[in-house]
Design a binder for this molecule. Structure first.
Ligand code: PLP
Length: 422
């Protein structure tokens, strides 16, 4: 097998340098573990940015992939296929919407939601042609297309990629006063928001932020668009982050007081358990019906292979009660990190929900401390990645057991305490 060094050299030589990976090569994965070519085992604490919530190579999902791969993989939407309808029913029932539109990647899901929202704005809210606006939040992350980076705060993501797509207004994340003010503009069609901002460093808004946003949007006839590509599929301790404290696994009556129903829900990443790219946009009839034949689509979107994989991935979340596990282990994780914080000056802030957590490191965003800590964690058998310089995200697969989590907390403790001593 190719060595770690040779694999990295090849990527350096032939690959576009659009990422800055930690210098570890992954050659195999199973559940919460990954292995490098030399056979060293690591706990995966990134889970491919929460795409692998069900764990690496989950046998139920891989089984679905294998059998569908031998049967039928792609038909295009020029014809019906015998899996898509089953997926659509499963997704609508699981997440509580009338209709779903399947795509492939997260960014495509966001683009789809923006298109549906604008079209709804013109045809249902009767906004004048080309005047529709969508409100977005500071420090958002919604993907990498030209339109999406047009409303990003991240200079690296947007600089020299202009001209930018117009029609977006930015408000401060978690600021309902600013939101209320901009929603009065009658050309506003939608409010696009992450229930927790993952890429920004796991920013958790006030408990009632979404509920207030829901109320304001309803009052002004504006669509609430939730990007749950990272927070959805049990990651934050409920099936969706918009479910709040509801612990059901998808068979919900949606009467929980904490549930906030968005008008448009965007899913991706763990919707297919890290096995095959599948994203989806869900909405009720009155919104989704603005899209007519020929107005939007994707060659691979809704293909039998991807949709079969996605059904299996959603079954795993339900059958293995991953939301409940994420909630329980998340509470343990933050509790143990708080104990560590008392003993170790490296940690300034601990935040998160379920198994989407972050630790802020006591150094400037320009420092290498968080990166150096992640290198030490790697040497000790645990993979995590710094974000925004001084934040480390901890997001293991949701199939983790309590014993495994305690072993990982041991690794993190040891690494931080040794590092703190220089
Ligand atoms: C990852 C992510 C996306 C983009 O998904 P891709 O599959 O990488 O295009 C969009 N929104 C959020 C919140 C994400 O975490």
């Amino acid at each position: 097998m190719i060595s770690t060094k040779d694999a990295i050299d090849l990527e350096e030589k032939y690959g576009a340098h659009n990422y800055h990976p930690l210098p570890v090569v992954l050659a195999r994965g199973e559940g919460v573990y990954v292995w490098d070519p030399e056979g060293n085992r690591y706990f995966d604490f990134l889970s491919a940015y929460s795409a692998v919530n069900q764990g690496h190579c989950h046998p139920h999902i891989i089984g679905a992939l294998k059998s569908q791969a031998e049967t039928l993989t792609l038909t295009s939407r020029a014809f019906y296929n015998n899996v898509l309808g089953e997926f659509e029913e499963f997704a609508c029932r699981t997440f509580g919407f009338d209709k779903v539109l399947p795509m492939n990647t997260g960014a495509e899901g966001v683009e789809t939601a923006i298109k549906i929202c604008r079209k709804w704005g013109y045809e249902k809210k009767v906004i004048a042609e080309n005047e529709a606006k969508i409100v977005v939040c500071s420090s958002n992350f919604h993907g990498r297309t030209v339109t999406i980076i047009s409303f990003s705060d991240d200079e690296g993501a947007s600089k020299n990629f202009g001209p930018y797509t117009p029609g977006f207004i930015k408000v401060e994340y978690n600021n309902t006063e600013q939101l209320e003010a901009v929603l009065r503009d009658e050309n506003v069609a939608g409010f696009l928001v992450e229930p927790i901002q993952g890429e920004a460093g796991v920013k958790v808004p006030d408990e009632d932020f979404l509920r207030k946003a829901r109320k304001l949007c309803s009052e002004q006839n504006v669509l609430l668009i939730a990007d749950e590509i990272q927070t959805g599929i049990a990651r934050t301790g409920s099936l969706l982050a918009v479910c709040g404290n509801c612990t059901c696994e998808g068979d919900c009556e949606r009467q929980s007081e904490t549930y906030v129903k968005p008008d448009i829900l965007i899913l991706g990443k763990a919707l297919s358990g890290g096995v095959y790219p599948v994203s989806a946009v869900l909405a009720d009839k009155d919104v989704m019906d603005v899209i007519k034949p020929g107005q939007h689509g994707s060659t691979y979107g809704g293909n039998p292979l991807g949709t079969k994989v996605a059904i299996a991935a959603m079954e795993v979340v339900r059958d293995e009660k991953l939301a409940q596990n994420a909630r329980r282990l998340g509470n343990i994780f933050r509790g143990e990190m708080e104990k560590l914080q008392d003993e170790c000056e490296l940690i300034t802030v601990i935040r998160g929900k379920g198994l989407l957590n972050a630790v802020e490191i006591n150094d400037s965003p320009g420092s290498t401390t968080a990166w150096d800590l992640c290198m030490k964690l790697k040497e000790n058998g645990l993979l995590a990645k710094p974000t925004h310089g001084n934040i480390i995200r901890f997001a293991p697969p949701l199939v983790m057991t309590e014993d495994q989590l305690m072993e990982c907390i041991g690794i993190i403790r040891k690494t931080f305490l040794e590092f703190g001593q220089g």
